[in-house]
Structures are given as C-alpha cells and as structure tokens.
Design a protein around this ligand. Structure first.
Ligand SMILES: *Cc1c(COP(=O)(O)O)cnc(C)c1O
Ligand SMILES: [Zn+2]
Length: 411
C-alpha cells in the first residue's frame, strides 16, 4: 500500500481499451473493457516517470522483473509475492549465428524462470493483481505452463486456484499444479475447450479469471521482456525479434515496452521488427496477417507439438496483428518437422534443452534468412520460452528424426 491506501502505482493513470477508447480507473476490480468486452491495457503517466526516475535507478528494486517496478501496476510499498521471475539471460548463439550468417544472434532463454517458463512473468503480475483487487481465488485454462505458474504464485499468495488443461498435456504439468495445491481438471480438446469447461466450474466473481488478456496485468508482466531486452542490449534495441505466438501476451507486451521506452527517452535508434512465429498446424495469426485482416478467424482442428502455440482463437488477435504491422514485422508458420529440428539444433549446437516453441523460433529464423527477410548484418533475438524438460513426448519425436548416419557424421 502507499500512503493513500491504494495498492496501485501512483504513476498508473488508467486501464484503456484500445478497441473502443474507454478508460477505466482502479476503484474496482477490472477484467476486460466494461463497454465492449475487449482487452484492457495499462497506461502510465510516462512524462512524470521521465521527470522523476532515471534508468540508472532501476537496480534498487532487484535483478528480477521487479527492477522495472516504476512501470508496473503496484505501489512501491505493496508487498508483492515474488519467486524470482524475470531477469533471465540474453545469450549469444555464436555457432548458429555463424552457420546462418547473422551478424549477431541472441537467445532470450526463459527456462530460468520459476516453474521453468516465461508464463511466470505474467502470472506473477496477475496473481498479485488478484490480491490487490481483493480476490482470494483465481482460475484459468492452460496448455500447461500458464497453469503451473498460476499454481505456484497462488500457493505463495495463499489464494485458491482452479485450472483446466487439455487431456493430452504432458502429465508433469498437472503433477506440478496439484503439488502447489491447485485443483486441476483434464478436458478433451484444446485450450479453447478448456476455457469453455472453466466457465461452469469456476465462475466470477468468486473465481478471478486470469486467462490470457481476461485481466490487464499478465500483459504488464510480459512487458518486462521488452525492458530486459533493451537494458541487456545496452539500451539499443535489436533489429528483429522472433517470438512464438500463442495468446500473444509477450508479443503485445514487448511492443508496449518499446513504445514506453521511446516515450521515456531510455532507448534510442530504430524500433525492432517483431516477427510472430506459429506452427503450420495452428496458425490463425499468420493467416490473418497474410490476408491483411484486422482480426483472426478460429483455426479448425488445431494440432502441434508446440502446445503453447495451440491457441485456435487468440482473444487479443487485433492487438497482436497491430503490433506486428506497426513494427514493420511479419508472421511465419513453420512445419512440425522444422520446429522439432529447431529444438535439436538449439540443444546439439548451443547446449540449450529447448521447448518446442523455442525450436519454432529458430526454424522461422532459418526460413527468413533463406528468403533474405533477415539480412546478414542484423542483430536478431530468438526465444526459448520454456524448458524442454516438460516435453518428453516432443523430445522423443525430435530425437527420432536424427537418423543414424547423421548422428554418426556429427559424432
Ligand atoms: C504460452 C506459451 C507460448 C505463447 O505465449 P503467448 O505470450 O501466449 O503468445 C510460447 N511458448 C511457451 C513455452 C508457452 O508456454
Ligand atoms: Zn472497449
């Protein structure tokens, strides 16, 4: 709490609806726009932040994502639950850079987060946000990683947690979620079906819905990816960033971060091109981007081993498409074979036991180098969004593709 008794950051001006323009204050719990039902986005008084805070002062709040507390929703005195989220390394991939002919290639390795994925960033903020809004129970559908992160923060915050996950999700996720005290239901189908199943089991207002973009603070947590990439690059932004798009929180969040950083005057030079990566078996954003559409239509029969990308109908489709276009970026769908080979390359050449979504970003980079859309002199960031340890089935498939003669040739 600050001295006015609010848990919220005094620099947080409002929660805006980019779709209809409606602004919301923080006098009540806010989920989506009360006028049109679309996602809300936090707006800060950046002119005041710029006048009162220097980027050299960030370290006083720690080395995790709370370092950027001045542009996060909570007051300095709010006792946030923290598990060490964010502050992950940006690693040079020298061998793959040489092979692909890219001047500088960096990996933002998010496996170092609590519960081993970047979902910790968003769920940390969302669970703290639930507490700030006076809630004591949260719920969400999840492809695995979001549920595990939610369960961990809920345990640490002492709030109840209900999760629905597709029944083909690797068992380790439900084990981890139950270990943290969450109630878990397995549901046939994809995360879209899990979302529908949650409706009857964990209703508002008792259960605060922390699904992607159904409350405003997961986006704020993911925004810190952009701040970290900026700071770790010496406040000069890369030329291109390849990001695996499921619900799109990270992509929209990074774009928010870069816009804020420009307004704060903390970065200079050109803005990066954001490149959205999806799997050919579920590529609603790529299809809409390619068609020049402002919104995505639901993907039928979504299938991919990259479970975080199996989101047939992202709720924030309009915001994702806008970020891709405003940044001058593009959207690419990669095949299952290519994303599995991307996982293997990250491991065999760089020592990173990647998740399938991470493999997808490398596969997309290979494609865009071949087409010339990423040029040799560029500085490029790809993502490993979670640990490969949670995807034994995908790894079995990836390693089965290394035929014996190839393996011997490498040995
Ligand atoms: C959720 C998830 C994604 C997709 O992230 P969004 O920000 O929702 O687009 C990518 N990779 C992994 C490992 C995930 O768990
Ligand atoms: Zn609205």
């Amino acid at each position: 709490m600050n001295r006015h008794g609010t848990p919220f950051n005094p620099y947080l001006a409002a929660l805006d609806c980019p779709a209809c323009g409606q602004a919301h204050d923080l006098s009540a719990p806010r989920s989506v726009c009360e006028a049109c039902g679309k996602p809300l986005v936090a707006r800060y008084d950046l002119a005041r932040v710029k006048a009162e805070v220097r980027r050299e002062d960030l370290g006083r709040h720690g080395s995790d994502l709370w370092r950027y507390r001045v542009v996060l929703p909570f007051a300095a005195g709010f006792k946030a639950v923290r598990l060490g989220e964010g502050g992950t390394p940006l690693l040079p991939l020298t061998r793959i850079a040489a092979e692909l002919g890219v001047a500088e290639l960096w990996l933002k390795d998010e496996a170092a987060n609590p519960t081993q994925s970047f979902k910790a960033r968003g769920l940390s903020l969302a669970v703290n946000g639930a507490v700030a809004f006076g809630k004591d129970a949260i719920a969400l559908p999840s492809a695995g990683n979001a549920g595990s992160a939610a369960a961990a923060y809920a345990a640490a915050a002492g709030v109840r947690c209900r999760i629905t996950v597709p029944e083909d999700t690797p068992e380790v996720f439900a084990l981890e979620q139950r270990a943290c005290g969450a109630e878990v239901r397995l549901v046939p189908g994809t995360i879209a079906d899990a979302g529908r199943a949650l409706g009857g089991w964990a209703q508002a207002p008792e259960w605060w819905n922390v699904a992607t973009f159904k409350e405003p603070f997961r986006l704020e947590g993911k925004k810190t990816l952009g701040y970290e990439i900026a700071e770790q690059g010496g406040w000069t932004l890369p030329d291109a960033i390849l990001y695996p798009v499921g619900g799109g929180t990270g992509l929209v969040g990074m774009w928010r971060a870069f816009l804020e950083l420009r307004e704060l005057g903390w970065t200079d030079g050109a803005m990066p091109r954001l490149i959205g990566v999806q799997a050919e078996g579920c590529a609603p954003v790529v299809r809409a981007f390619t068609a020049g559409a402002a919104a995505a239509t639901p993907w039928e029969d979504a299938r991919t081993a990259a479970l975080g990308l199996r989101v047939p109908s992202p709720f924030a489709d309009a915001l994702i498409l806008r970020a891709l276009r405003e940044s001058g970026g593009t959207a690419v769908a990669v095949s299952e074979e290519d994303l599995l080979d991307g996982m293997t390359e990250l491991s065999a050449h760089e020592g990173c036991f990647a998740c399938p979504e991470g493999g997808a970003t490398l596969a997309a980079l290979r494609r865009l180098r071949a087409s010339g859309e990423i040029r040799a002199r560029e500085r490029v960031v790809i993502y490993n969004t979670g640990s490969g340890l949670k995807y034994p089935e995908a790894w079995r498939m990836a390693l089965a593709r290394r035929t014996r003669p190839q393996a011997e040739a490498r040995a």
